[in-house]
Design a protein around this ligand. Sequence first.
Ligand SMILES: NC(=O)C1=CN([C@@H]2O[C@H](COP(=O)(O)OP(=O)(O)OC[C@H]3O[C@@H](n4cnc5c(N)ncnc54)[C@H](O)[C@@H]3O)[C@@H](O)[C@H]2O)[C@@H](O)CC1
Ligand SMILES: [K+]
Length: 550
Amino acid sequence: MTIQKFVVTADQMRQIETRIFAAGMPVAALMEKVALLIARRIQQLLKAEGSSATSSVRDLTDRRKREEGKNLVNSQLPVIGVLVGPGHNGGDALVVARELHFQGFQVVIYCPFSKLKELTQNHADYARSLKIPFVDKIELLKNCYLLVDGLFGFGLEREITNATAAAIDEINNLNIPILSIDIPSGIHTDTGEVLGTAIRAKHTLCLGLWKMAFLQDRALEYIGSSELIDFDIPAADIAAILGETPAIQRITKASATQHLPLPRSPISHKYTNGHILIIAGSRRYSGAAILSALGARASGVGMLSIAVPESIKPMLSSQLPEALVIGCPETQSGAISELPVAIDLGLYDAIAAGPGLTLEAAIAVESVLESDRPLVLDADGLNILAQLGTVPILSERCALTIITPHPGEFKRLFPELADETGDDRIAATQAAAQLCGAAVLLKGARVCISWKDEGDSLRDSYGSRTITYLNPESTPALARGGSGDVLTGLLGGLLATAIARKSPPQSVAATAAWWHAQAGIMAAKERTELGVDAFTLTQYLIAALREFAK
Ligand SMILES: NC(=O)C1=CN([C@@H]2O[C@H](COP(=O)(O)OP(=O)(O)OC[C@H]3O[C@@H](n4cnc5c(N)ncnc54)[C@H](O)[C@@H]3O)[C@@H](O)[C@H]2O)[C@@H](O)CC1
Ligand SMILES: [K+]
């Protein structure tokens, strides 16, 4: 079982927790276990940072051994501030404060609440008895080296207002690195929405199972970097609440690799490895066709055909010697006016259409929509689809369609939905998939992919019957023109191969999103976040594959 693939709502986490407690695990024991893991992780992180502050802390612990029994409070030493809320998130924080205190760190506690849950109150009383200082003004935290945020966890449901909101803003303004326990206080666990105001963490330790907010773009600036603290939730309890095959999953290396067309059959030939037709480009946007084709090339697809306006055919042929380039009749401005009369779409396992077409290519896009071929539709293909009427057209298709909108295109395709679901990208993608029957890949920092479930699996947390995959890792280096064109080609190539190999076609969308992001991450590591232009990205696809698929 890979714990990394699970993702839960606050309600699901509560249900899982309830089962654990009902089975006999004492609440206090679980809090103790979890908070000890957090305290240990904080110490590791401080050590890894290797800063002067950490060495002072180390000096302190060494000295502690030497000077046993002496008062260790020394204002010159780094102080860790612990922010404590009224619920069990605050309880976790108090256990962390206590442990760090015993490890020789200088700790101060800020708890602006008079009424605490019982267990949290017990820990607060014990911390006071240990003479860990409590401060009641935020300015007294200003010399802290690190703040640990335990104000609210997944129990936060309503807006933070008044004094608490003002305190959070003041804490953020101290500009001290903050480590959040479970989730930055103020972030909605499911939607990632900021409930009034929220802690801006540098790093967040998510407890037990990944919460939905970590996959919602709007929460990412608050979450900072993040990691999961696994506290041994029994697999049976997870399965009881999420189902044997959870309706919503984070993409993992294992799941991405599972849907790669590897290994190849030793007796495969070019046609059994799939034939993709890419329809892309115009005189104005010729590069889009090249980038999509290079993306498809990296997928290892058996045969690559590219339909472009006649006038840019030589350019494509020179860039992609292995490809079959089809010149199409073109408009005056150099867009595809229609597909060649002689083209037989039935030859292709899948079609990918859209990048760089311009709105003038509507007739060509209509032809592929009317065909019975599995289809990836992107960019201008989507803009044309929106004009034709998204839902009626897609509902009529008899083959799989995968649409890959960015949020702007999504709004054009599903204007009502975009209004209803706001910035909840997961809910929006699921609702769109449910409505139009296509697989929907919503681009963004955390790509979300959803399609209607034809089986009998559980309803997902939003009540719709969809399968959803969320890409947990990416890089802002990919936020530039052309990187989407690469994804279209890569996805198209994988789709054609999946069709030829008779493997589940929708799942390749998750593999493509993961692969694309991993290539971006690898390229950014080597070349910085500014060094990942779309062409460079295509050059990292195979290197990234070699790394994650080994
Ligand atoms: N799920 C699990 O298995 C575990 C959970 N633990 C911790 O428990 C947390 C959840 O604890 P709780 O359910 O007690 O909830 P929280 O600690 O997240 O906060 C809820 C508390 O805040 C108050 N509150 C909610 N919204 C507020 C607002 N807008 N303004 C002011 N007060 C507000 C509530 O009345 C309640 O007292 C997790 O995030 C985690 O840190 C851990 O102790 C161990 C294991
Ligand atoms: K928190």
